[in-house]
Design a protein around this ligand. Structure first.
Ligand code: ZN
Length: 314
């Protein structure tokens, strides 16, 4: 093939692929608003920092409320309302964050918690009939799985799937542990591993969506209402922008047909894309890195000495 023809073919290939390869992501935050005391920032400051980062980048996100973490008290409800007032969506994430796969958890208990959470959050601006499963677990028996699906359908509630799962909660726990022991600890190593973790998961789930669907599915990313996001959300949004991703609102993402799929979920607690892959018997190369709990990043913090317990010098 002559060089000119080759270049022309490449250009054609590029342009024909371009429309299908345009990546977007919606940001969602679970377990909030969180009134628990943390080092460095009080609950109001954490909530304000999350909202300020979203506002700065004109991002509309979703907050999935776990009522018992704060919104059952006036000071917590005020924090949740601030999300609705700012134009973000408000969804349901139970009262006590109970586990539907727990052997002692009954379908009735789980449904009652959904109703109790809804009774409060439906008064807020931005309320959506969206339900985010706790631990992304949808039931350990056919009775629970079928029962909860029927319950959500009857009430007109959407299963607010996650496609881009992260382990921000694991890094947040490590950060809190270090700051509780050393309040002035350097935050830079945590920011570095947090951003590396988001990039790794984002790229891996993008590859998985291409393998499964032949295109870039609008991703719905799971983060939490916690300290690490309050500190670094601005950087996280900048990271996605630098990767060329478009940030969209969750409602737009959920319009994609992928979010109306109902794959078999033989293994609980995972992204919709993982469930879809399992249903098809497909196992990507980097499977382990998608399923771990940020183990590599925790190892990296230990390698840097950030997480070691320096018994000799302390
Ligand atoms: Zn949760």
């Amino acid at each position: 093939m002559k060089p000119a023809t080759a270049a022309c073919s490449l250009a054609l290939a590029f342009f024909s692929m371009a429309p299908a390869f345009s990546q977007s992501v919606a940001f969602t935050f679970d377990d909030g608003p969180q009134l628990k005391a943390m080092p460095r920032m009080n609950p109001q400051a954490r909530n304000a920092a999350l909202l300020a980062a979203l506002e700065k980048h004109h991002v509309k996100a979703a907050l999935f409320v776990t009522l018992g973490n704060g919104a059952d008290r006036p000071e917590g409800l005020a924090l949740a309302k601030a999300w609705g007032d700012a134009g973000h969506a408000i969804g349901n994430h139970t009262v006590t964050h109970l586990d539907l796969n727990g052997k002692t958890t009954t379908l009735k208990q789980y449904q009652d918690e959904i109703l109790a959470c809804e009774a409060v959050i439906r008064t807020l601006p931005g309320f959506k009939p969206w339900f985010r499963f706790t631990f992304l677990r949808e039931g350990d028996t056919p009775e629970k799985r079928d029962g909860i699906k029927a319950f959500l359908k009857t009430r007109g509630m959407r299963n607010a799937y996650v496609s881009l799962d992260t382990s921000d909660w694991r890094l947040d726990s490590a950060l809190a542990k270090v700051l509780n022991e050393h309040p002035d600890a350097d935050l830079a190593p945590f920011r570095a591993v947090y951003l590396a973790h988001l990039r790794q998961r984002a790229e891996a789930y993008r590859n998985l969506s291409r393998r499964l669907f032949g295109r870039d599915v609008p991703q719905v990313m799971l983060l939490h209402h916690n300290l690490i996001n309050a500190l670094f959300l601005d950087h996280a949004i900048q990271l996605f922008k630098s990767m060329g991703w478009t940030i969209i609102d969750p409602e737009t993402a959920y319009r994609d047909f992928v979010y109306s799929l109902d794959p078999q979920r033989p293994s609980p607690g995972q992204s919709l894309l993982i469930s879809a892959a399992r249903s098809l018997g497909y196992r990507p190369e980097n499977w382990e890195r998608l399923l771990d709990d940020g183990d590599e990043e925790i190892k990296e913090l230990k390698r840097k000495g950030v997480l070691s317990a320096p018994a000799a010098s302390d």
